[in-house]
Design a protein around this ligand. Structure first.
Ligand code: ADP
Ligand code: ASP
Ligand code: MG
Length: 814
């Protein structure tokens, strides 16, 4: 004999019920007991209707009408017309009784738990009757059984306790009395010994099925629902969650107690003692294997089986000096809660005995505060204990697995993973069975915490990086192209799944929680909402994704001023914008400190030499104990271009103009020509070598005439270049005379940095520098005479984008 239970979604409408029929028609078993829930959503509707009637809100009638329509439509769609009338009249008569009950509640303006149970029982009463008649109409050898006559309980309405002795015997009698192959009955509903309707608690149809399976010694209990088994985490919140193939009773119980709604927690108990296996299957994908729950799960497999969470939790803490060493405080505390029927979901106690802290259901908070304060009134009035403190709207998140006890370091991994993602942990508990490690966190962090832990414990191989990209001009666009092109490679080879969740240019911004398609982002962005840097930040915060990275491809100071906020929330920052790192030392230092404190990398490799690995190399030299003695570098692609092309057959003005037009300079070429850009770069290198330096400390031997430096717009600047052509030619001739070339060199030595134009003789490392190439020489204790040299293209959108890309990969491997 088999017991199959079909949940609310599985029987929500005629179409779904026909799928259930197919499953039943294919059963090989000699006898099958089918336990069904109310049509999906009907229990909620019934409770809502009753609540409205009880406050004398006439709108209850609208919901009642909806309930009626759902049932009548289902019958009309399921049953052939010629067989409908009997079923319709029976259901209509039941609905009339329901209406009378609701009218009663409306008139009195009150609803008792007893009446509520009576009203809500109509959900399963009607569904089981309709489904049994449909089976019969479809030629299945089936019969309807009234659950209220089988399942007997006490009279605690809302969540009655089962009388197993009576129930077991009733079930066996019913099986004997009905010789049909299939018996259909409603879940969730029962009756007291005196025959009054009771219910088994929300989600209780699973429990009904388990009670029956236990009573009739079923070979198996199948729970058919809308997902393919018990998942590693709630599949609605964690997209990567997977069905667990095989799990033990204890693990399943723990997962369901901690929120895995797919199985009503008491369900395991009745089948456990008889060792009846449970299978959780998907009505909509019957071919999926689902989850098998048995006594002995196969020993191998994951240590952590699943991650559950329970929402709407409040933490109550009682503390004070008067608690130390005094026996009985905890006893009194728990007694008070228990007497008021407040169940304690989680307990933590500091070993100093200075405080007790428990997790209870949100809705019990006010009552708990009142009764505890009253019970400890004497101690509180004498200052020995402080009034109880409550914090509401929290969530418990729990790692669950039988084998966790034999593995060290799981809790460490759990808490460090949460910490790295800025999930604040309010309390921690670990059961002595070590089957469960729980943490209490803020509700707003649940999705992030679940996904982070899931990634850590179940997707060890794949790490998801969530990008928020500001600036999609030359560099940004190339960067997005590169991500799109490399996506598959990164996933397969580096196990990184990179998604761009948000992007913005100066005009518009867009967000997509599933990742923006990088094939047509230009159009999507163009039709996005109006760009706003503060709103962009708010949105990143609100989405609260794990492994979030803010990517700044702008040259904006306003954007660079937002880095603090991102880092403070454990969001990494990758930037090609030099402003932050070359701002006041205190600001640079603060950003570095925040990055360390909040475990969020702050990377800016592209600030110097675009994609060349200059800063990363420098960091490694310093970290490995080398000491930087001197840095000599040519760091401006723009100035290289200018001096490589300037000679006696051109004018300085024309060459600069050409450089500007071909995109080799900043829009304002004075930033490059005045040496400010190079100053920023050598400043960053000096700082990264471990020196405290500000931009004012750098000597700038500018080659520009004072008059050019004083201009404040491009037009005047270019005019002044024309005015001073003779002096530029003189610079050039001097270099030619010495057989040397003009290079704009940055230098750092003995704590001092300088930038300026130099005549570089033949044979020098800088002499043959082509195009916009950069070169850096690091003289260090380990490279004292022959410097370490890094050379290559130091400007251009493509190489800068690949440098940003490299920083993202560094974070991925962090
Ligand atoms: P039914 O109506 O069939 O009894 P429920 O809604 O009670 O179905 O339970 C199934 C739902 O449980 C799933 O749709 C899913 O949203 C939720 N759920 C929560 N945690 C888990 C989990 N760990 N595994 C599977 N489902 C889960
Ligand atoms: N119909 C009931 C509920 O919604 C019982 C169940 O579906 O398990 O809670
Ligand atoms: Mg359920």
């Amino acid at each position: 004999m088999k017991v199959l239970k079909f949940g609310g979604t599985s029987v929500a409408n005629a179409n779904n019920i026909s799928l259930v029929k197919n499953i039943i028609a294919n059963q090989q078993s000699d006898k099958t007991i089918v336990v069904v829930s109310a049509l999906g959503g009907i229990t909620d509707l019934l409770l809502r209707t009753a609540a409205l009637a009880s406050i004398q809100d006439i709108s209850y009638k609208t919901f009642l009408k909806e309930i009626e329509d759902r049932h009548l439509t289902t019958i009309k769609e399921l049953i052939p017309i010629h067989s409908q009338s009997k079923i319709l009249s029976k259901v209509k008569s039941e609905l009339n009784t329901l209406e009378t009950l609701l009218e009663g509640a409306f008139l009195i303006g009150e609803i008792t738990p007893k009446l509520s149970d009576k009203i809500v029982s109509y959900g399963e009463l009607l569904s089981s009757y309709i489904i049994s008649e449909y089976f019969i109409a479809e030629g299945i050898d089936a019969a309807y059984v009234d659950s209220r006559q089988l399942i007997k309980t006490n009279s605690i309405h809302g969540k009655a306790t089962v009388n197993f002795q009576l129930t077991n015997s009733n079930c066996n009698t019913a099986v004997k009395e009905h010789n049909q192959k299939v018996l259909v009955m409603g879940g969730f509903i029962a009756s007291s010994v005196s025959g009054i309707s009771t219910t088994l608690g929300r989600g209780g149809s699973d429990y009904t099925a388990a009670i029956v399976a236990n009573a009739v010694d079923a070979e198996i209990l199948e729970i058919w629902t809308d997902v393919s088994g018990m998942y590693t985490a709630n599949p609605k919140l964690v997209k990567q969650a997977m069905s667990i193939p095989h799990i033990s009773y204890e693990e399943a119980m723990e997962l369901s107690h901690f929120g895995a709604k797919v199985l009503y927690p008491p369900t395991i108990q009745p089948v456990l003692s008889k060792g009846i296996s449970i299978v959780i299957k998907n009505t909509f994908k019957p071919e999926d294997p689902g989850t098998l729950i048995t006594k002995n799960k196969n020993g191998k497999g994951k240590t952590v089986r699943g991650i559950s969470h329970v929402e709407d939790i409040a933490l109550l803490s009682l503390e004070g000096p008067g608690m130390v060493g005094i026996p009985g405080i905890s006893k009194r505390f728990f007694e008070v809660l228990s007497n008021a029927d407040i169940s304690v979901v989680l307990i933590t106690q500091a070993s100093s005995e200075h405080s007790i802290c428990v997790g209870i259901s949100n809705q019990d908070t006010e009552l708990a505060i009142a009764i505890i304060n009253e019970a400890f009134d004497f101690e509180i009035s004498r200052g020995k204990i402080k009034s109880v403190i409550a914090e509401k709207d929290l969530t418990i998140i729990a790692l669950i697995g039988d084998n966790m006890k034999s593995h060290q370091g799981l809790s460490g991994k759990m808490f460090s993973t949460l910490g790295r993602n800025n999930v604040n942990i309010r309390a921690i508990a670990q059961g002595a069975s070590e089957r469960n490690i729980s943490a209490v966190i803020l509700k707003s962090d649940v999705k992030k915490a679940l996904n982070t832990l899931h990634e850590e414990f179940f997707e060890e191989n794949i790490k998801q990086l969530n990008l928020f990209v500001m600036g999609v001009g030359n560099v940004g666009a190339k960067f997005l192209d590169q991500i799109q092109q490399q996506k598959k490679y990164l996933k397969e080879k580096l196990k990184l799944n990179i998604r761009v969740i948000g992007m913005s240019n100066s005009r518009t911004m867009i967000f997509d929680e599933d990742g923006i398609s990088l094939k047509n982002w230009v159009d999507t962005l163009a039709s996005g909402e109006k760009a706003d840097k503060a709103l962009f930040y708010d949105k990143v915060m609100k989405l609260n994704y794990r492994n979030s990275i803010f990517v700044d491809n702008t040259a904006s100071e306003i954007v660079s001023n937002t880095y603090h906020s991102y880092l403070q929330n454990s969001i990494s920052v990758v930037t090609c914008n030099k402003i932050a790192c070359s701002s006041k030392f205190s600001n640079y230092q603060e950003l570095k400190d925040l990055a360390r404190k909040y475990n969020a990398p702050f990377l800016f490799e592209t600030n110097v030499g675009a994609g060349l690995p200059i800063i990363d190399t420098l960091k490694h030299l310093v970290a490995s104990g080398d000491k930087i003695l001197k840095i000599q570098a040519v760091l401006s692609g723009s100035l290289n271009f200018v001096f490589n092309n300037f000679n006696d057959s051109t004018t300085f003005h024309d060459v600069v103009k050409q450089a500007q037009q071909e995109g080799y300079t900043e829009p304002d070429p004075k930033i490059d020509l005045s040496g400010v850009d190079v100053m920023r770069k050598i400043l960053i290198l000096a700082r990264e070598s471990g020196n405290v330096l500000d931009i004012e400390d750098i000597e700038n031997h500018s080659f520009l005439p004072e008059a050019s430096l004083q201009t404040d717009n491009n037009e005047d600047f270019f005019r002044s270049l024309q005015d001073y052509e003779a002096s530029f030619q003189e610079m050039y001739q001097k270099a030619v005379a010495e057989n040397s070339k003009l290079k704009y060199v940055a230098q750092f030595e003995d704590g001092k940095a300088s930038v300026g134009l130099q005549r570089i003789p033949k044979g020098h490392d800088f002499y043959n520098l082509e195009g916009s190439d950069n070169i850096v020489l690091f003289y260090t204790e380990r490279y004292p005479n022959q410097p370490m040299i890094i050379k290559g293209a130091g400007a251009g959108a493509d190489v800068t984008a690949s440098g940003i890309f490299a920083d993202i990969i560094r974070i991925g491997n962090f």
